[in-house]
Design a protein around this ligand. Structure first.
Ligand SMILES: CC(=O)N[C@H](C=O)[C@@H](O)[C@H](O)[C@H](O)CO
Ligand SMILES: CC(=O)C(=O)O
Length: 335
């Protein structure tokens, strides 16, 4: 995807995906809400595929991960979401990677097998985060058992220490990993430690691994270090903008690549200060795409109206969202 240097290989996912949820109609009985559960709105996934491909130029998806609240869904829901993406993405998407990490090894294996059965292109796994692996060997042993449940599927380790609390360095984990996990294909690296990330690349130059970076506001730095792709929440609505940065980087127009990165940073910096996470991502995605992404599931809380209004104004002032009133008059707009 990213050019011809030997270090760059393999098409790589460029989207973190949202599971869309809708309110089940609350049933009132004697004045009490009997059912307050949120159900997944499967019916929008087809539209979502078309939107990503046509409007954002994103053709690789990462399903049931952080943004998709994969860990907040039941196993059967995760299977259904994966099926829907595979079905609706057929002949439209290039790669569908399903996150199958779980606290229970058996559940993770079940999800991995299911991903293989439905024809997914790969599986990814985070470190179990309640009873944690305390060293590299324990983590590798866990990952190995999951990978073995779907041996024909490319396997990605999803490194996201801030959320899992498992801080085993990726560079250490990758050392000799193919001996244990023959299907190992790469890493989704969602951390700001560019020493660790750079060493993952440097020490594995001869192996055709995918190094997928997951901190969208720092992607350009990761590209310099050798990232081969990116998976992140903002590519749902800033995919096109990010692709411009990738293209500038590829043609070695670093000043233009930096302008694009700064522009993306201005938005992320703004929302981070307001409080930014999965709920806010859904609200922004609804706003930009027009596809109802729904609220998140508990324990997350729906983004506030104030957040959405502020984010909308910022998107418009940066020219990420069309607004005829502001066009031409705003110095902040990115080209
Ligand atoms: C913790 C988290 O959700 N990370 C996402 C991907 O892994 C990123 O895409 C961030 O949302 C993004 O970089 C903004 O900080
Ligand atoms: C954004 C991302 O990488 C995820 O949803 O896991």
């Amino acid at each position: 995807m990213l050019g011809h240097e030997p270090l760059w290989k393999a098409p790589a996912p460029l989207a973190g995906l949202l599971t869309t949820l809708k309110h089940a109609f609350p049933k009132w009985q004697l004045g009490l809400v009997v059912s307050h559960a949120l159900e997944i709105n499967f019916s929008v996934i087809g539209r979502y595929v078309d939107y990503l491909v046509e409007e954002q130029g994103v053709k690789n998806v990462f399903v049931n991960g952080t943004t998709g609240e994969g860990l907040s869904l039941s196993i059967s829901e995760r299977c259904r979401v994966a099926e829907e993406w595979v079905t609706k993405g057929r002949n439209k998407l290039d790669q569908i990677v399903i996150h199958v990490g779980a606290l229970s090894l058996k559940e993770s294996q079940e999800l991995a097998q299911h991903a293989a059965e439905i024809g997914a292109d790969g599986i990814a796994v985070i470190a179990p985060f309640f009873l944690k692996p305390w060293n590299k060997d324990a983590l590798i042993n866990f990952l190995k058992e999951v990978a073995a449940a779907a041996p024909a599927l490319p396997f990605y380790y999803y490194h996201i220490p801030a959320l899992t609390g498992v801080k085993i360095r990726a560079e250490e984990l990758l050392d000799g990993i193919q001996d244990k996990i023959p299907s190992f294909q790469g890493l989704k690296f969602s951390d700001t430690d560019l020493l660790d990330f750079g060493q993952c690349v440097d020490q594995n130059r001869q192996r055709q691994f995918a190094f997928l970076f997951g901190v969208d506001e720092q992607l350009l730095s990761a590209l310099v270090m050798g990232a081969t792709g990116a998976v992140g929440s903002t590519y749902n609505y800033l995919g096109k903008k990010t692709k411009q940065m990738l293209e500038a980087f590829e043609r070695k127009d670093f000043s233009s690549a930096l302008s694009h990165q700064f522009c993306i940073q201005r938005f992320i910096n703004f929302v981070v200060k307001l409080g930014f996470g999965v709920s806010q991502t859904k609200a922004i995605m609804t706003l930009v795409s027009g596809i109802p992404m729904g609220p998140p599931r508990l324990p997350l809380q729906k983004a506030s109206r104030e957040f959405t209004d502020n984010a909308e104004a910022k998107l418009k002032s940066l020219d990420f969202l069309s607004c005829t009133d502001l066009k031409g008059g705003d110095m902040e707009a990115c080209s």
